[in-house]
Design a binder for this molecule. Structure first.
Ligand SMILES: Cc1ncc(COP(=O)(O)O)c(C=O)c1O
Length: 379
């Protein structure tokens, strides 16, 4: 029997993906040595975090039961927002159900007619989608191009402008020049929106790159964060002024028309944020492990947990990742559309809770797959 027109199209798309080495799967892969996850501090399985989640689960139930503006806000959400403010040094925080919805929410609430949004070419899909949905005038600048941002701000005709960067870029692992970007935003009366998904918990002894740069609480700098990476839980947040928070509560569609984050996830993230603040050594351990990983894999050290190894074609990246999987090591495999054509990469993440033996075994396996010798040079 002939399939529907949609089935025919789906099958043809699948065939193209397989031919180009772009096929993705979503399978459980237990038992691998993990150099792929974003649980940078190992807090997802920390007993203190699990205890906090369990207590909230028993107290509030499995789900939040409604939007934050109806009946979904619990003490767990309020406690989490306080803990995030303490950690990042911000006046106010608003928790969303994910980092993705936080980015969509803040950009659609700030953008629109009268706002120019300037963004780095490498910002995350959630930021790009938020920018598109906001229907703002938009300008993409080359990665780290501070001069292009300055030129765009200097010649803008819109009354408001937002500059969007990531503190530590999710795929390349490199860092934005926050001081330069914030300086421009102050000079041209624009808002710098920094996605700290990979900065919170890792940079600035865990308090984030914005805090480390002395920009926490500065009026023209706001932050978005995810609770699903170094904080080991689930959810996202926007941090900045109380005025911004109040605007988002009233206008951010992904806040108003979305069921609140599950209270257990909120309580887990709140406990994790407290641990990060009280134990700065955790973040330092990530950086120490990252240095070992980068050295063994022959790549320049990136400033956070993410170490990125360019390997060329999508097929080579997929082949290397599959080979490593078969040898017991999980690595990230980034291919188009996550990266441009021809620069597919393996993405390795250093975690604070990797033992020296695990780190050595994992890095050695990756180095061997890349054809590197013991010291990280070509064999
Ligand atoms: C830079 C960046 N922003 C936002 C997100 C989305 O966060 P979440 O997974 O909490 O939706 C991610 C996650 O992949 C990310 O890397």
């Amino acid at each position: 029997m002939a399939g529907t027109a949609m089935d025919t199209w789906l099958a043809s798309r699948a065939e193209v993906r397989i031919r180009r080495g772009l096929e993705r799967t979503a399978e459980a892969r237990p038992g691998l040595l993990d150099l792929a996850s974003n649980d940078y501090l190992g807090l997802a399985a920390d007993p203190r975090v699990i205890d906090a989640a369990t207590a909230a689960l028993l107290r509030h139930g499995a789900g939040a039961r409604g939007s934050r503006v109806v009946c979904g806000t619990t003490e767990a959400h309020q406690d989490l927002e306080n803990q995030l403010c303490l950690l990042a040094g911000q006046e106010a925080a608003l928790v969303f159900s994910s980092g993705y919805t936080a980015n969509l929410g803040v950009l659609t609430a700030l953008g629109g007619p009268g706002t120019l949004v300037i963004h780095d070419a490498h910002v995350h899909a959630s930021l790009l989608d938020g920018i598109r949905l906001s229907r703002s005038s938009t300008l993409e600048v080359a990665h780290h191009d501070v001069a292009a941002v300055a030129a765009a701000l200097a010649s803008r005709t819109q009354p408001r402008a937002v500059v969007v960067v990531e503190s530590i870029y999710s795929v390349l692992g490199d860092a934005a020049d926050l001081a330069a970007m914030a300086g421009l935003c102050a000079r041209f009366d624009a808002l710098l929106l920094v996605d700290e998904a990979h900065g919170i918990g890792v940079a600035g002894e865990g308090r984030g790159a914005v805090h480390a740069a002395g920009l926490a609480g500065v009026p023209h700098v706001s932050v978005t964060a995810t609770l699903s990476k170094a904080l080991g839980s689930q959810g996202g947040a926007v941090l900045g002024s109380a005025l911004l928070r109040e605007h988002l509560v009233n206008t951010a569609r992904t806040f108003i028309f979305d069921t609140a984050l599950a209270p257990a996830a909120a309580a887990a993230a709140a406990r994790a944020a407290m641990i990060v603040r009280q134990e700065p050594g955790l973040a330092l351990r990530v950086l120490a492990n990252a240095a070992i990983l980068a050295g063994r894999c022959g790549v320049p050290l990136a400033p956070g947990a993410v170490q990125s190894i360019p390997v060329g074609s999508a097929s080579r990246a997929a082949g290397l990742a599959a080979r490593l999987r078969s040898q017991g090591v999980a690595v990230g495999c980034f291919r188009p559309p996550s990266v441009p054509d021809g620069v597919s990469r393996l993405r390795l993440t250093a975690r604070a809770n990797l033992t020296a033996a695990e780190l050595e075994a994992a890095a050695g396996t990756v180095a061997a797959a890349l054809g590197l010798g013991l010291q990280g040079g070509q064999a």
